[in-house]
Ligand binder design. Structure first.
Ligand SMILES: [Zn+2]
Length: 345
């Protein structure tokens, strides 16, 4: 058994609605066994005191991890990622490897290849090696493809509705793949690009936009329908890399109205595509706060997938300052722990 670890901090955010002063988090075997006030907390083999703000580590819901350095991702405060398109053999093997304590990187969950139409996106995209797109050949094939990906350990199914870059799956193929995915308990995320494709995504019962829709202004009616059944992975920074672009304006406008309709936005960066830094992308967090008007706590909630509580993975970070006062504090990373192992301090 690995030694238990206690991390103490003057201030900790355990998750939405739970801010604790003079907190301690204890983990053993990669799992949190205690999270609460440090006074009277149980003993541990190893102790660590950080002068700062303790919180769950960051989860990035949209990456292409083979186009980045997993060690740098973890060192930058991101302890879990979801890979949303890569050839199956390579990415599922890496996802399996990422579960071991010896893996120097974040926990990886993967979609495998993106399901698409014949010759559709991303089969001709410069970033995508052969096998990143899986070209569908009818509804039965779509259902079979989903079953096979599920059997290989896919955590999500990704579909391409990119009408600007080639053919997309037919409505019959979409229906079949959604039914098959939901039958296996898997959500379906879509790359949606081009006029009318967001409407198709909502109509087909998909679960997620893999990017904030940026190619057209969506109607209130469509956003209300989407808010009831879908969530959005933000990926705003890739639309501008620190500038203001028409695409960024359209995406933020859609997100503000999607949230007003009750929709959920989660943090994701599309790491691997363009100049996204490995680890926490503070520009993405700032856009969520300033352009999408999310409160600091809403931003932290969107950026995390676990709470600091008994039974949760011992994935945590510490910041030098309080991000609930100034979201910019995410730049000031002091400590990274994954599965109870201190990665950096
Ligand atoms: Zn992507």
């Amino acid at each position: 058994m690995s030694p238990s670890l206690k991390v103490k901090a003057p201030l900790a955010w355990f998750g939405p609605g739970r801010l604790v002063r003079h907190a301690a988090v204890i983990s053993e075997g990669g799992i949190i066994t205690f999270a609460g006030p440090s006074a009277g907390s149980p003993l541990a083999d190893e102790r660590l005191e950080v002068d700062g703000f303790l919180m769950p580590a960051i989860a990035d819901r949209h990456v292409h991890v083979r186009l980045a350095d997993p060690a740098a991702v973890l060192l930058g405060g991101v302890a879990a990622v979801r890979d949303l398109a890569w050839p199956a053999d390579e990415i599922f093997a890496l996802a399996d490897a990422s579960e071991l304590p010896s893996f120097n990187g974040p926990l990886i969950r993967a979609a495998g290849p993106m399901l698409t139409g014949r010759g559709g996106y991303p089969t001709k995209a410069s970033w995508a090696p052969p096998g990143t797109g899986l070209e569908l050949d009818g509804p039965e094939h779509a259902a079979r493809a989903v079953n096979e990906l599920a059997s290989r350990g896919a955590g999500v199914i990704k579909v391409s509705l990119n009408a600007e870059a080639g053919p997309t799956p037919s409505d019959a193929e979409l229906t079949a793949l959604v039914e098959s995915a939901h039958g296996r308990g898997l959500p379906v995320a879509a790359h949606v690009q081009g006029v009318g494709q967001a409407e198709r995504a909502v109509g087909a019962g998909l679960d997620e936009f893999a990017h904030a829709p940026w190619t057209e202004r969506l109607s209130e009616q469509l956003l209300e329908a989407a808010a009831r059944t879908m969530r959005v992975v933000s990926t705003l920074d890739i639309l501008s890399f620190g500038d203001v672009t028409p695409e960024l304006r359209t995406a933020c406008d859609n997100l503000v109205r999607f949230r007003a309709a009750g929709g959920q936005v989660v943090y994701g960066t599309d790491l691997g595509n363009g100049a996204i830094p490995p680890g926490i992308d503070v520009r993405e967090a700032l856009l969520l706060h300033e352009a999408v008007r999310m409160s600091p706590e809403e931003v932290l909630t969107a950026m995390t997938a676990t709470r600091l509580e008994p039974g949760a993975p011992a994935d945590l970070i510490a910041l030098g300052r309080d991000p609930l006062e100034e979201i910019d504090a995410l730049r000031d990373l002091k400590l990274v722990v994954r599965a109870g192992r201190v990665v950096s301090r």
